[in-house]
Design a protein around this ligand. Structure first.
Ligand code: M6R
Length: 603
């Protein structure tokens, strides 16, 4: 949710920032902007001020350097960029970042929300605001503090950061001194550099923005700031004390971040499930058994996540019950605080998140930590905040997910949760065999003929506004997840239900031709699911069966392999492909659904 990349060094700064922004685009793609500090102010477009700024509405996607250099002229070795997911103020050039103070000497990019922006703005009565954003108060506040309190830029940034309320992170740059100052208060910022060298520094919302240049990082924690001024120094925001930081080397191969011949990242990532599942199950047995032991001994275990990861957690609840005979609770992260009364130091939280940066999950972890709960995370992004605040973590190893819509990370999370359930039941090897079989079945299933068969169905559904998805047992949460896939990918109004629930109300919505996807696994739920599908068909519904075997009740059959308790993994894949093709047929860019962002760092 908003991406920040700042660079100071010996390379052409604006161009480094432009490329970094492209890697961060999944965080927000309403608009983007770059501010560069010209080495020679006279050669900059706006001579007299040494900043040059470009801001545009839309995705940075294919924007090339020639286009940017129209606005960012001259040599520059300090630049800051931002890609926006709007919170306050519409999607306009004025509201795009960077925002400047009245003098035009302080530029700020920001990720998160300034909760007290109205109060700050009204205290800055004489300042001229050009946007409707909360962010714009930051450069003006820094300017005000510098002038009223005669503080230097760095001290003023610290004072300003301490004034802001809410989860956020920002980078400010001063055109007079060339200093860059970054503050972290609840949203991620990572510093990249080279060991024993002051040649170049990166500050970014996540490491992927600069991993092509360096894998040596220093993490900013909450309430810390970094100042880059030919060298880097870290300070505690509250005390102002200088901090000693350790350089950490990241050895993380997040896979290719290019489309590699596919039309979209989404279909590439769906197809990558041919190999991601085997990577996901390649976990350290000792760690799996240790966490399984924690589940066994915990006084209550909570699985916590949001959106798709939240649905994965619900599958986890069913898996632990069915396989390990263990009741654990799945809770939507934004609701977790309501369960704090049940937390004790013997409680265990398993947090599931692709990005490891989702604010709602981080807040849930804060709640858990305040009650001394142990936290184990399932993550896909190495070095994320969640990785660092958790007591232990598993990487699900799906590789970089660039499409906003989660696919391969979801099935990888499902695989690791299945392994944990089997480990808790004392049957880890059985679980591994099951998943290896599922991984190979997925590899076979994802072939061009299969995709073509689903594409034909997409053609039939392209004009249908609504879809219902039903499932039972392990596949009930997959019905919920399938609904998210259709909603966010192709904007179909989709709703998932437990198979038994339709007759309690939603059946009234079924008309002639209403699309209903029935997930019919070859398990104890099969007969009831077939009956539920028949009930829908009897009322005119068009039944799309996702099942290992065909059935007369199905109007269209999407075959999936029979993989026992791994069925949630295989059941969701045809829906991912279907949603993708409907989106393409509707002319929607499936990589960048409207109104969404990949990483949600606001509550
Ligand atoms: O990074 P996270 O897994 O914590 O993200 C959670 C949700 O925001 C995410 O799953 C979202 O629902 C996706 N758009 C699903 O495709």
């Amino acid at each position: 949710m908003c991406g920040i990349i700042a660079y100071a060094g010996n390379k052409p700064a604006a161009s480094v920032v432009l490329e970094g922004l492209k890697k961060l685009e999944y965080r927000g793609y309403d608009s983007w902007g770059i501010v560069a500090l010209a080495d020679n102010p006279e050669s900059a477009e706006n001579a007299g001020r040494s900043f040059s700024v470009i801001k545009r509405v839309g995705k940075i996607g294919e924007i090339n350097w020639d286009y940017v250099s129209e606005a960012i002229r001259g040599e520059s070795h300090v630049a800051v960029g931002h890609t926006r997911w709007s919170t306050h103020g519409g999607v306009t050039e004025q509201n795009a970042h960077p925002h400047l103070d009245c003098s035009g000497k302080i530029a700020v990019v920001h990720n998160g929300i300034v909760d007290n922006h109205q109060e700050i703005r009204s205290g800055l009565g004489s300042h001229k605001f050009l946007s409707k954003t909360d962010t714009e108060v930051i450069p003006h506040l820094i300017e005000e503090i510098m002038s009223k309190e005669s503080l230097d830029f760095v001290a003023a940034v610290r004072r300003a950061a301490n004034t802001l309320k809410g989860r956020s992170a920002f980078v400010a740059v001063n055109s007079e001194t060339g200093q860059m100052a970054a503050a972290r208060k609840g949203a991620p910022l990572i510093m990249g550099m080279h060991e024993n060298s002051n040649e170049e520094f990166f500050i970014a919302s996540d490491v992927t923005a600069f991993l092509d240049y360096t894998n040596k990082v220093m993490y900013l924690d909450d309430n810390e700031m970094a100042v880059v001024d030919g060298k880097v120094a870290f300070f505690n925001l509250m005390s102002g004390n200088e901090l000693v930081k350790r350089i950490v080397e990241i050895h993380w191969h997040h896979g290719s971040t290019e489309k590699e011949g596919y039309d979209h990242f989404l279909i590439k990532e769906i197809m990558e499930q041919k190999s991601t599942l085997s990577r996901a199950i390649n976990q350290d047995d000792a760690k799996l058994l240790a966490v399984a032991n924690e589940v066994k001994n915990a006084f209550g275990t909570f699985l916590v996540g949001c959106g798709t990861a939240g649905k994965t957690c619900v599958v986890g609840e069913y898996l632990f019950s069915k396989i390990a005979r263990k009741h654990i609770n799945s809770v939507v992260a934004s609701e977790f605080a309501n369960y704090q009364h049940y937390l004790t130091p013997k409680t265990l939280m398993i947090a599931v998140s692709q990005s490891g940066e989702t604010a709602d999950v981080l807040e849930a972890i804060d709640v858990a930590k305040s009650k001394s709960v142990r936290v184990v995370s399932l993550l896909n992004v190495f070095g994320s905040t969640m990785m660092r605040v958790s007591d232990d973590f598993f990487m699900v190893n799906a590789g970089a997910e660039r499409a906003v819509v989660s696919t391969k990370a979801t099935t990888a999370q499902l695989a690791v949760l299945t392994l944990l359930a089997y480990a808790t039941a004392g049957k880890l090897q059985e679980g591994k065999l099951l998943l290896m079989n599922a991984a190979s079945a997925v590899n076979d299933m994802l072939n061009p003929r299969y995709e073509e068969h689903i594409k034909k169905l997409a053609l039939q559904l392209v004009d249908k506004k609504d879809a219902f998805i039903i499932g039972r047992g392990l596949n009930y949460p997959i019905a919920l997840e399938a609904a998210i896939k259709l909603q966010e990918t192709c904007y179909t109004h989709a709703q998932g239900f437990a198979g038994g629930e339709l007759k309690h109300g939603p059946l009234a919505l079924i008309e002639d031709g209403t699309a209903c996807i029935a997930i019919v696994a070859n398990d104890e739920t099969k007969q009831d699911m077939i009956s539920n599908a028949a009930e829908v068909k009897a009322r005119g519904g068009y039944i799309i069966g996702i099942a290992p075997e065909n059935n007369e009740v199905f109007d269209y059959w999407l075959k999936v392999p029979d993989v026992g308790n791994a069925s949630p993994i295989v059941s969701i894949i045809p829906v991912q492909i279907l949603a993708y093709h409907i989106a393409v047929l509707r002319g929607i860019n499936p990589d960048y659904p409207r109104n969404l962002a990949k990483v949600i760092t606001t509550k």
